[in-house]
Design a protein around this ligand. Structure first.
Ligand code: ZN
Ligand code: ZN
Length: 188
């Protein structure tokens, strides 16, 4: 090495020790979960914001976020009486007119005539029993989630029996987004 290049190498800025390179690419799980968190910002539910992303062969085939059905007044504008009442977490769900994110991502695929068979679903919150039944019957083979709401034993059992993998994304760090999430103590 000549003296000039030695000097250039010595002057090249080095990343601080222990920090990650600026241009480090996210792995696929992180990439899809980050996108799901962006989709979540479109949720119109006043209780909680959740999103789902259906992926097949590394391609996003459908997205969904929770809220009132198409053509019905948005939950945040008073469309869902149950969400606007002070019912405690987890109760009155039979009267809730907000669709769940998983439900919307599956029906959105159906709406556009796209098969979900063999796909993976990324969800920002672990799935409920109702959505797990839909996931199974939509032919989805894997569920990857970020935050854990309350995965019941029954939910775990039917997913396992149907051969659907349920996996929490370990060590995942949520992206910084401009819209504040719904209150952490709000219930779906
Ligand atoms: Zn709602
Ligand atoms: Zn659900």
């Amino acid at each position: 090495m000549c003296e000039a290049s030695e000097t250039a190498a010595a002057q090249a800025p080095l990343p601080p020790q222990g920090s990650e390179p600026v241009n480090k690419r996210p792995d696929w799980d992180t990439y899809f979960m980050d996108i799901a968190h962006v989709v979540k910002t479109r949720s119109n539910c006043c209780r909680r914001n959740v999103a789902a992303l259906i992926v097949k062969d590394y391609r996003i085939i459908s997205t969904g976020y929770n809220g009132t059905p198409r053509g019905v007044r948005n939950c945040c504008d008073g469309g869902c009486e149950r969400c606007h009442s002070n019912v405690p977490s987890g109760s009155g769900l039979g009267e809730c007119i907000c669709s769940h994110a998983e439900e919307n991502s599956i029906t959105q695929a159906a709406y556009h005539g796209i098969s979900t068979k063999g796909a993976t679903i990324y969800v920002t919150l672990s799935p409920c029993l109702m959505c797990s039944k839909m996931i199974i019957n939509a032919g989805i083979r894997e569920v990857v989630y970020d935050e854990e709401y309350s995965v019941t034993e029954q939910t775990r059992a039917i997913l396992a029996e149907a051969g659907v993998t349920l996996r929490r994304l370990a060590g995942y760090r949520r992206p910084m987004l401009t819209r504040a999430p719904a209150s952490p103590d709000a219930a779906p």
